[in-house]
Design a protein around this ligand. Structure first.
Ligand SMILES: *Cc1c(COP(=O)(O)O)cnc(C)c1O
Length: 402
């Protein structure tokens, strides 16, 4: 049985801290981390939490305590990671289209640097030569995942250096004497098919021979978790076995011991998160019954942005008859969380919960419509603790020149 926060406790949290509120379950994050460790126990693996999915410093501290490393996409994430206690050496900085200045800052902070375009590679090599090791992000041109918006390995993607530019990479590395210690790929999110990783790994093995100092191959992330009750997740046990086999074959062939890295975001925190809102209005139109809640896509944008499904339950009226609702938010623009959903009868004032709200929920929230961002709560050892105050009106004016 997986670790869960009971609906009853969610109601208590909503009563105590108000709604809308994000709730994260520390033990569930631990459980996911342990599942990864078990699945890849036969590999020399290291896991870098992709913290863009959820950066609350309390979550970062918890994940650091588990022994994980950290994957960051901005210099501010790097700084948050250092504040949370991650060692610089256990932080990988994987930026895209940033100013060279930001890369220099990361170098000064001593973190690992993942470079994803040739001009930066060249600048870095010209400046530092072999004095500071780097990782190179390549694009293996593998189409992965179900959703084009979150797929990054295809030929039109802005991410990584094309695998077809190997000659150019090699020339830059050679002329600037760069020390390439890692190669990286990340082909997208919600990849169910383990073959995507294995095909990518084959591509990585093919180019590995160009880099004599190679220490690790980073296969990125994209592990899928179930959002719908009928969904399945990436079969990590099978992937773990196949990756272990592939690496031991590579080792036999080349005599090289190389680590495999992964960068799970969603996998670690999605299912640990709950988003609790209150039904403000039940509105019957000739076509539909709307349940209008005290939140909107400014707090949880995944349904509007990716057509993502979040399972919803009425935790104030669990045993009532199910009816069909379209659940909408209060933003003045089309703002639909769910279409034609069976939910036990919703009365005005009831609490609804969105499950799997840990990843890319709070993190993508905004103050659109001058609405306040929600509070965040962490449940650990059964106890609920506030880890971010709800915005107050003054937060809307902060930084405005009055
Ligand atoms: C977003 C991202 C991840 C995490 O992806 P998930 O689907 O949340 O696991 C990992 N690596 C990089 C480089 C990313 O940009």
């Amino acid at each position: 049985m997986s670790q869960i926060v009971s609906n009853q406790q969610l109601v208590q949290i909503a009563n105590k801290f108000g709604t809308p509120v994000y709730v994260y379950h520390a033990e569930r994050i631990t459980e996911q981390y342990q599942k990864l460790q078990t699945a890849f126990s036969k590999c020399n693996a290291q896991f870098f939490y992709a913290c863009k999915s959820l950066t609350n410093i309390n979550i970062l501290k918890h994940i650091n305590n588990l022994g994980a490393s950290l994957d960051c996409v901005s210099i501010n994430e790097v700084k948050l990671g250092l504040m949370a206690g991650f060692e610089a050496d256990n932080i990988l900085f994987t930026p895209n289209c940033v100013d060279f200045e930001e890369i220099l800052q990361a170098k000064d902070l001593g973190v690992k640097i993942n470079i994803d375009n040739i001009s930066i590679l060249e600048q870095f090599g010209n400046t530092f030569g072999n004095n500071y090791p780097v990782c190179i992000r390549v694009n293996p041109h593998i189409m992965a995942g179900g959703n084009f918006k979150i797929s990054t390995g295809h030929v039109d993607s802005k991410f990584g250096i094309s695998i077809h530019q190997m000659r150019h990479i090699e020339r830059v590395v050679k002329t600037t004497n760069l020390n390439v210690e890692g190669i990286h790929m990340h082909t997208g999110s919600e990849i169910k098919d383990v073959n995507v990783f294995l095909e990518g790994l084959e591509v990585m093995f093919t180019i590995a021979s160009h880099f004599p100092n190679l220490k690790y191959i980073d296969l990125g992330s994209g592990f899928k978790v179930p959002y719908q009750p009928t969904d399945s997740e990436t079969d990590l046990t099978s992937l773990g076995e196949k990756v272990a086999e592939a690496f031991s074959a590579f080792e036999n062939e080349t005599g090289k011991k190389i680590q495999v890295w992964f960068e799970p975001g969603k996998y670690l925190v999605s299912q640990a998160g709950y988003f609790v809102v209150k039904a403000n209005v039940i509105k019957q139109t000739p076509a539909t019954v709307f349940a209008g809640v005290n939140s909107g896509f400014n707090h949880l944008i995944r349904p509007m942005m990716y057509e993502a499904y979040h399972h919803i339950q009425n935790i104030s009226n669990e045993n009532a008859t199910e009816r069909i609702y379209t659940v909408v938010g209060n933003i003045c623009e089309t703002d639909t969380f769910a279409w034609d959903r069976k939910i036990t009868e919703v009365r005005e004032g009831d609490y609804l919960v969105f499950y799997n709200a840990g990843a890319y929920g709070f993190e993508m929230s905004s103050n659109f419509n001058s609405r306040l961002k929600p509070a965040e709560v962490m449940v650990e050892n059964g106890e609920a603790k506030l880890i971010r105050q709800r915005d107050v009106f003054e937060d809307l004016l902060r930084n405005q020149v009055l």
